[in-house]
Design a protein around this ligand. Structure first.
Ligand SMILES: *Cc1c(COP(=O)(O)O)cnc(C)c1O
Length: 388
């Protein structure tokens, strides 16, 4: 059978190779510690689970949901934006729910990209920005995120003829995979740039609530003029240990939100209303819950960074997101170094080039594994001698 080019052209999903390597070790009776995948190990909090139980028993929730989401959910999102960022949103027109942020990110391309159009994406990046564009028939122009620039996009690196043709620009801070954060001035600059070239600014804000050392991440919608040109994607997956429940939302310019609603209403019928009620409960969690959850990651972050430094890997502690992104010692490619860790100490990390060629020379370690496994993984890493 001949499949469509969009399927034929798909790169192998990054984590399939990693899962295979783990399975092969397991078959030899070796217990691998995996810092590979970013999927919170901690439980969805009880108030959120209770909302699902109660929500499942309401007959109204047994029916098709509305694509844009329950008015109560969208109103709760608007309140979150006001409380958290001081941004006022009209819940009826400037907020839409998503079946996880990934769904909205992939479908957003269908709102802006026609065959042959250009999207600008950071490199390295969450792969869905590029794949969504490819599915819509467009191509991606990658801008390398440079360590010396704090992994912020340098707009001067984008050729003017590319900017003139581009339909979308993706940004993501706190960033996966680099852990970088963006100051408000960067968002101001991004908005100005996108207005100048009439580009839809799409911010993946999956990690704004997962931050450390007291750092508070801004929303792109706080930037002056952002509501004219920007849409932001949020997720409760990482914030509230809810990857299994698929609760996300997008907000911003009402025409952009409406376009996404029209695309989605022809593809899906919205997120289960009981899950939306879980989302409301998650947004209602007390600030202390989030502080405690983030404190667990912060402790893990500090342990991992300190062991990596001891063995000669120059990792730096990130202020946000769930990953340690670090250059590897000279003399290895990312894949070779990841393979060395697996071969010599049975530890899995993600090779940086899995997030694009700009990730070559780096590895990513996820902080989403239980503390006892982190400790065992670090004992193993401590035995490793790299460089010198
Ligand atoms: C995890 C992640 C997402 C996906 O979130 P879901 O709501 O679970 O779909 C989106 N963007 C980035 C950068 C992520 O790391």
């Amino acid at each position: 059978m001949k499949f469509a080019e969009r399927v034929e052209n798909l790169p192998p999903y990054l984590f399939v190779g990693i899962s295979r390597a783990i399975a092969a070790k397991k078959a030899q009776g070796i217990d691998v510690i995996s810092f590979g995948i970013g999927d919170p190990d901690m439980q969805t909090p009880d108030p959120v689970l209770n909302a699902l139980v109660a929500g499942s028993k309401k007959p109204a929730n047994h029916k098709y949901p509305e694509s844009e989401g329950l008015p109560e959910f969208r109103a709760r999102v608007a309140k979150f934006y006001d409380d958290r960022f001081g941004v006022k949103l009209d819940p009826a027109t400037e907020v839409i729910n998503l079946i996880g942020a990934k769904e909205g990110i992939a479908h957003a391309a269908l709102c802006f990209i026609d065959p042959g159009d250009i999207s600008i994406s950071p490199d390295p990046a969450y792969p869905v920005y590029e794949i969504g564009t490819m599915f819509a028939g467009g191509t991606t122009h990658f801008v390398t995120l440079k360590e010396e620039n704090g992994y912020l996009i340098d707009f001067a690196d984008i050729p003017t003829d590319v900017a003139k043709k581009a339909k979308t620009l993706w940004i993501n801070y706190p960033n996966n995979p680099t852990g970088a954060i963006a100051p408000m001035s960067f968002f101001d600059e991004a908005v100005k740039y996108c207005k100048e070239f009439d580009i839809a600014l799409l911010h993946d804000a999956a990690y704004t609530e997962v931050t450390y050392d007291g750092y508070v991440a801004p929303s792109v919608l706080q930037a002056e003029g952002a509501m004219d040109i920007a849409m932001e994607f949020h997720s409760l997956s990482k914030t509230a240990n809810m990857t299994g429940w698929r609760v996300g939302f997008a907000s911003g310019n009402p025409d952009m939100v409406n376009a996404l609603m029209r695309v989605k209403s022809n593809i899906d019928s919205g997120l289960s209303q009981a899950n939306q009620e879980m989302g409301i409960a998650a947004l209602d969690l007390p600030a202390e819950w989030l502080d405690n959850n983030n404190a667990v990651y912060q402790k893990r972050r500090d342990k991992v960074v300190s062991i990596l430094n001891e063995i000669g890997v120059p990792a730096v502690a990130p202020k946000g997101a769930l990953y340690i992104w670090t250059p590897i010692p000279e003399g290895y490619t990312s894949a070779e170094f990841a393979q060395k860790l697996l071969d010599e100490v049975d530890v899995v990390v993600t090779p940086g080039n899995g997030y694009g060629p700009g990730g070559e020379g780096y590895i990513r370690l996820s902080l989403t594994i239980p503390d006892d496994q982190i400790d065992e993984g670090l004992r193993r890493l401590a035995k490793l001698r790299v460089g010198g």
